[in-house]
Design a protein around this ligand. Structure first.
Ligand code: ADP
Length: 610
């Protein structure tokens, strides 16, 4: 229940809508009741139990705001019509009022649902926005652990369930108790004894229903987790479809998917069969209750006409059948709520996910990069094992530092520490003498441009993909950046030039073209510090030349940290740091390292030359 309230309060409640909904819903209930209470005079006319009304009452009743006044007012006009015009005309009179009140009932019902729909959609929209903001802020570390499918389920299924389960029930909980109470007031006014009897039998059906719906939440939670796994497998299949085909792993993937699908189906079956039970059971127990009432009410009519007349009893039964509707609505809302709560808890988990990498209280806004970046005794672990130990180096302004070494030695990890994608556990990183953790993260990242081995492009046109580097740039700037990155020529040759949509992750382009677009993006951003993480290693020699040339232009007059697999590309670096198992093995210029007897750099060079 806590999750329910928190979810509703996650966004600012729109009280005006709630009040308006309350007003319309109440009017809807009142007009609804008028319909049914009018049945008594209607039946009296038909049963001929009206007696002889000779003349209209002398006075119109005095106004007072209660049920009796309206009853008296109706009776006044009713008797007036009967005495002046006759019984059939009175029937017409009653029918006209019934039609009018049914019309108003439905107008107010619609107005109430308009209010609640606006309210519902605005809550769902806000929840989506809040969660997306959260996803944007979450630490990189979070995405290493969280499965994509799980996150997607939260955004799709779980939000739908919230809409259907949690928020829709809000309307029920606001309206139906009021209509239940109003119905009961009318029922009591018709027959107190019979209503007392009803109140004793109803809870029995409530107990039966709730005993069946208890486990729904647990099933719903398991189901939603399982659906996340299905989406993850689907996502892996889409992203990795080439690998799956070339390794001929369709069978393996199919088996994996079918296993998860079976599990999900099983959970959904359990969940839905249970919720389907709620309907028949509540209907059956409802009829059971009605039969008891029929027996007892019939007994009263047969033996005690003054207590309850036949037309009152018929009306009573009809109104009581209306009581079942809100009672049913409440019971199915409870069922929906159980499912929705499981979703709500999952969404709140995401909303509550702590963010570790954030600004300190008064972060220092650095606008420019003036001197150097210094790693001082830096150690770092993703989990428990240290992947970097005692790293010390200086990256002075305007210089190029290269990181090399076997894969898994910690090169990418170092490059991720500079824009603070992860925080270090030991040591310090300084930028212009300021502790990196005290610098405003966004200002820091503004100073850094990254070009990585796998250029991340978005499913958008080429122009917007470059503009991502600096959204305020002009189209002239974008083209200029593309020219510097050796990309302008091939872009203009694509189908729609800069407006060509490049497909998810840029699949419609070659590796080298993608890389040059990501370089154009970096050029447009124009950051003083550059991080190149194996930017050319995935390319063939031909496109490597074009990309390398673009990179050289990009690196000119900038400070850069270059991770390279191919050592030939870093020979001109001012300092080459060779890493091994997370430690610095050796460092120096190409000439210094190549002359080191038995040095790792020398050996790696030899291997590559062969
Ligand atoms: P390199 O770039 O030199 O190939 P990395 O910096 O990528 O090396 O990796 C260094 C070590 O950290 C490796 O042992 C790798 O398995 C581990 N590692 C890298 N990324 C993660 C991660 N997101 N979570 C856990 N361990 C990681």
């Amino acid at each position: 229940m806590k999750a329910y309230i928190r979810l509703l309060l996650l966004t600012k409640p729109q009280w005006v809508r709630v009040y308006k909904y309350g007003l319309y819903a109440t009017l809807n209930i009142i007009f609804g009741l008028i319909n049914f209470t009018l049945l008594i005079p209607l039946l009296n006319i038909l049963f001929g139990t009206l007696g002889n009304i000779k003349s209209a009452p002398a006075n119109v009743p005095n106004f007072s705001f209660n049920l009796d006044y309206f009853k008296d007012l109706f009776n006044y006009y009713f008797q007036y019509v009967v005495s002046e015009y006759g019984k059939y005309e009175a029937l017409v009179f009653v029918c006209i009022i019934v039609v009018l009140s049914v019309m108003f009932t439905n107008i107010f019902r619609y107005l109430a649902s308009v209010e609640i729909e606006y309210y519902k959609q605005s809550i769902v929209k806000n929840i989506r926005n809040i969660l997306y903001d959260k996803v944007l802020q979450l630490d990189t570390r979070f995405f290493n652990n969280e499965r994509k499918g799980d996150l997607l389920t939260k955004f799709t299924n779980n939000i739908n369930e919230i809409e259907g389960g949690v928020i829709a029930t809000l309307a029920v909980f606001l309206k139906e108790p009021v209509s239940l109470i109003t119905f009961f007031i009318v029922l009591v006014s018709i027959s107190f004894k019979l209503t007392l009897f009803t109140l004793i039998v109803i809870p029995i059906s409530g107990i039966i229903i709730s005993s069946f719906t208890k486990k729904l939440k647990k099933y719903a939670r398991e189901g939603s987790f399982s659906f996340g796994n299905i989406l993850s497998i689907l996502d892996e299949t889409i992203v990795g479809n080439r690998i799956i085909k070339t390794f001929h792993s369709e069978g393996y993937m199919k088996q994996k998917f079918e296993k998860e699908n079976d599990k999900f189906t099983h959970q959904m079956l359990k969940l839905n069969l249970k919720s389907e039970l709620a309907g028949p059971i509540s209907e059956f127990s409802g009829v059971l209750v009605v039969s008891f009432i029929l027996l007892y009410g019939g007994y009263l009519v047969l033996h005690n006409q003054s207590e309850l007349s036949a037309s009152e009893f018929v009306t009573y039964i009809i109104i009581f059948s209306q009581v079942l509707r809100p009672a049913k609505a409440i019971s199915s809302a409870v069922t929906g709520l159980q499912k929705g709560l499981a979703a709500a808890e999952r969404l709140l988990e995401l909303a509550d996910e702590p963010i570790h990498i954030k600004n300190t209280q008064n972060p220092i806004l650095i606008q420019t990069f003036e001197r150097d970046i210094i790693f001082e005794n830096v150690s770092f672990a993703y989990h428990t094992d240290k992947v970097l130990q005692n790293i010390n180096f200086v990256l002075p302004k305007g210089k190029m530092i290269a990181l090399a070494g076997p894969s898994g030695s910690g090169k990418s990890t170092i490059s991720d520490l500079i824009p603070r994608l992860y925080d270090i556990q030991e040591g310090n990183i300084w930028i212009d003498g300021i502790d990196l953790q005290k610098v405003d993260i966004y200002a820091l990242r503004q100073l850094i441009g990254v070009v990585s081995q796998d250029p991340i492009l978005f499913h958008d046109n080429i122009y917007n993909n470059i503009l991502f580097g600096n959204p305020s740039a002009t189209s002239e700037d974008v083209m200029q950046a593309a020219r510097i990155a050796n990309a302008h020529d091939f872009i203009t040759q694509t189908e729609n030039g800069y407006q060509t949509i490049i497909g998810e992750r840029g699949v419609k382009l070659s590796g080298g073209q993608r890389q040059r677009i990501s370089i154009a993006r970096a050029v447009l951003k124009n950051p003083p510090i550059l991080i190149l993480d194996e930017a050319t290693s995935a390319l063939d020699t031909e496109s490597e030349k074009l990309v390398q040339d673009a990179l050289d232009k990009l690196m000119k007059n900038r400070t850069s940290l270059v991770i390279a697999h191919r050592l030939s590309t870093i020979q001109k670096a001012d300092n080459i740091i060779i890493l091994k198992d997370g430690k610095i093995e050796e460092s120096g210029t190409h000439d210094e390292l190549i002359n080191l007897e038995n040095g790792l750099y020398k050996r790696l060079n030899l291997l590559q030359n062969i």
